[in-house]
Design a protein. Structure first.
Length: 128
């Protein structure tokens, strides 16, 4: 039986969130969705995912703060992929220093994110 991976996506742009939901469900992933950082933090605590995909710029709690929270929690090994504006190099660099695993810059094609997610899960499986 195939192990279904659970992904938490935190994105405040509803159109992008819907597009990612459609694409990732089609790939067989179980999804939990959040539209702001506070909601994502609560979900990280109550229903830990196998991977977090988060926008860097979020209402209430930023994506960078979510990375810090995750790395200081019992789920410190949970991979994180950031979604960031192309011109926000400093925020991307800071989030990577804090422990994010990868990032995509807006605008991006959903297939690019699917490939990055697959690569992270394949790398994890190879280490087991």
């Amino acid at each position: 039986m195939k192990d279904i991976k659970k992904i938490l996506i935190c994105e405040d742009e509803e159109i992008l969130l819907t597009a990612l939901k459609f694409r990732l469900q089609k790939q067989g992933y179980e999804l939990t969705l959040a539209s702001d950082g506070e909601e994502a933090k609560a979900l990280l605590q109550s229903d830990p995912p196998d991977l977090l995909v988060t926008d860097i710029s979020l209402p209430n709690i930023s994506g960078t703060e979510l990375v810090t929270f995750l790395r200081e929690s019992q789920q410190k090994d949970t991979p994180v992929i950031l979604i960031a504006p192309m011109d926000d190099e400093e925020a991307i660099a800071e989030a990577m220093r804090l422990g994010a695993n990868d990032f995509v810059t807006k605008p991006f094609k959903p297939v690019e994110l699917v490939i990055r997610i697959r690569c992270i899960f394949e790398a994890q499986a190879a280490l087991k």
